[in-house]
Design a protein around this ligand. Structure first.
Ligand SMILES: NC(=O)c1ccc[n+]([C@@H]2O[C@H](COP(=O)([O-])OP(=O)(O)OC[C@H]3O[C@@H](n4cnc5c(N)ncnc54)[C@H](O)[C@@H]3O)[C@@H](O)[C@H]2O)c1
Length: 252
């Protein structure tokens, strides 16, 4: 898959572990310049130590994307360190399960504030910076949000999470339309089960794999390759789309 991100300044939010860390690893190999934003200081430290190499520019920035003012400060700091912002990936997210009739106010607020408000906050901060930049090729900036196949399937075991991921699809479309005249591309990916440490610990992966036509969960590189493609020069014309990469689970 063509993934030309060499030299691009890319901010990975939630990049200290799981899908975000794997995405940062792929982008680092492809010679992007990186800033990783994450709320967890010890994971962030480990992540920077893992990625560090003499040829790589990688900055770790610790903070919480939920309060808008803090998210704006974090994204500005990241772009300031990198010199510009060509790409933003929103991988921060939470997915605790709760039966549909037991979802509490606290459950709603917890999922919503990180998955939806946090995603909105970093996008808002990034497009403000991107639209003031000169074009790099045909595009001023590319954003990739992480939704979930659950945005498109009934999911009574985790209805509040599924609703937040539908909201991410909607935000992706709204930002794409609003900032298309600025040549900013906004897309999302909707995976099914991915074998991250967090998901493995949550216990739902074997059941998901058994309902997935390809017969397995996604490995990290099954998903990061798509994120890398949407962030790179291979994509100059797709915007507002959510790409479902679910091993066929969407149809099961
Ligand atoms: N793993 C799966 O099976 C799966 C499937 C579909 C979609 N997703 C989505 O992929 C994304 C990543 O999932 P993962 O399994 O890698 O999870 P993870 O917990 O390993 O990674 C999420 C990262 O986001 C960070 N984070 C959380 N809240 C934050 C905040 N307020 N501010 C800044 N950083 C914050 C965490 O510290 C963590 O490093 C999530 O959005 C999840 O919903 C995961």
């Amino acid at each position: 898959m063509p993934m030309d991100v060499a030299g691009k300044a890319i901010v990975v939010v939630g990049g200290a572990s799981g899908l975000g860390l794997a995405t940062a690893g792929l982008l680092a190999k492809a010679e992007a310049k990186l800033a990783i934003i994450d709320i967890n200081p010890s994971s962030l430290e480990r992540c920077i130590a893992t990625l560090a190499s003499p040829d790589l520019i990688v900055h770790g920035i610790c903070g919480d994307i939920v309060p808008k003012a803090e998210a704006v400060k974090l994204v500005r700091e990241a772009a300031g360190k990198l010199g510009r912002i060509d790409g933003l990936v929103n991988c921060a997210g939470v997915y605790p399960r709760r039966p549909i009739l037991d979802i509490t106010d606290e459950d709603w607020d917890f999922d919503w504030k990180i998955n939806v408000r946090g995603t909105y906050n970093t996008m808002a901060a990034a497009v403000e910076l991107m639209r003031g930049q000169p074009l790099a090729g045909k595009v001023r900036g590319r954003i990739v949000n992480v939704s979930s196949v659950d945005a498109f399937k009934a999911h009574p075991q985790n209805a509040h999470y599924a609703a937040t991921k539908s909201a991410v699809v909607s935000l992706t479309r709204s930002f794409a339309l609003e900032f298309a005249p600025d040549q900013i591309l906004v897309n999302a990916i909707a995976p099914a089960g991915i074998a991250t440490e967090k998901a493995k610990g949550s216990g739902f992966l074997p059941e998901l794999a058994s309902h997935t036509p390809l017969g397995r969960n996604a490995e990290l590189d099954d998903i990061t390759s798509w994120i890398g493609f949407m962030l790179g020069e291979g994509n100059n014309y797709m915007t507002g789309e959510t790409v479902i990469v679910s091993g066929g689970y969407i149809f099961a």
